[in-house]
Write a new protein. Structure first.
Length: 218
C-alpha cells in the first residue's frame, strides 16, 4: 500500500513537471518594454505556423503516405479585429482512389480558409494567467468562426463529388495533444515541437477533426 501511494505521488510530480515545461514552451514571449498583450494576441502567436496532418491514400493499388498542409496565420478582419486564419491547401490527390486516416476512416480533400477569434473581451492584465489556465484545464482554446467556407471533395469519385460548407458562426478548437490519446497515436512517428488537435464545427453540424503538427519553422 505504501509503495502504491509513493507511486501515485511520483506520477503526480512527473505530471506537474511535464505541465510546467509544456507551459514554458507554449507561452509566447513578450519583448522587453512592450505593453503586455491580451489573451487574443497570445493565442494568435501560439497558434500560428505551418502545420501538417498525416494521410494515407490508395494510388494504383498501393498505399501511399502523405500529409495535408494547413497554414495558420494572423489576419485583420473587415471589422479591424485580429483573427486567426486557418488555410487548407489542396492535397492534389486526383490519382487516388481513396484517402483515409490511420484508423481506416475515409477523409476528404479539404480546400479553403476559415477565420476565427476568441469569444469575449479578455483583459490584458490577466492574459498570461488565463493562457496558462486554459492549457492546464482545457488543453487549449475554443474559438468563434468569424467567416469562411471549406470545399470538401470525396476522393476517388467520378464524376467528382464535392460540397462547400459555410463555417461562419460555427466553432473551432485547438487543443494540445497529450499522450495516450488517439491523436497522439496518429502523430507518434513525427518529431515536432508542437502537436495539436484542430476541430471545426459548422452550424449545420458538419464536424471536421485534424491531428496536426508543426512541420516547418515559423
Amino acid at each position: 500500500m505504501m509503495g502504491e501511494h509513493l507511486g501515485n505521488r511520483l506520477a503526480v510530480r512527473i505530471y506537474q513537471r511535464h505541465m510546467a515545461g509544456l507551459l514554458a514552451i507554449l507561452l509566447p514571449a513578450t519583448a522587453t518594454g512592450q505593453s503586455p498583450p491580451d489573451l487574443n494576441a497570445l493565442v494568435i502567436e501560439w497558434a500560428r505556423g505551418h502545420y501538417a496532418s498525416p494521410v494515407l491514400c490508395e494510388v494504383a493499388g498501393n498505399t501511399i503516405r502523405g500529409i495535408r498542409r494547413i497554414l495558420v496565420t494572423p489576419e485583420t478582419s473587415a471589422r479591424r479585429e485580429r483573427v486567426t486564419a486557418v488555410r487548407f491547401i489542396d492535397m492534389q490527390v486526383d490519382d487516388a482512389s481513396r484517402c483515409f486516416n490511420t484508423v481506416g476512416q475515409s477523409i476528404p480533400n479539404v480546400v479553403g480558409v476559415v477565420r476565427m477569434r476568441l469569444p469575449g473581451r479578455p483583459h490584458p492584465e490577466t492574459a498570461a494567467r488565463d493562457f496558462k489556465l486554459a492549457i492546464r484545464r482545457d488543453r487549449g482554446f475554443e474559438f468563434e468562426i468569424v467567416d469562411g467556407a471549406l470545399r470538401l471533395d470525396v476522393v476517388g469519385t467520378t464524376p467528382a463529388s464535392t460540397r462547400t460548407v459555410d463555417f461562419r458562426g460555427g466553432r473551432a478548437w485547438l487543443r494540445v495533444v497529450f499522450p495516450a490519446t488517439d491523436a497522439a497515436r496518429e502523430l507518434a512517428e513525427f518529431r515536432s515541437p508542437r502537436k495539436v488537435l484542430l476541430e471545426l464545427q459548422a452550424k449545420d453540424t458538419t464536424r471536421l477533426s485534424f491531428p496536426i503538427f508543426i512541420a516547418a519553422p515559423r
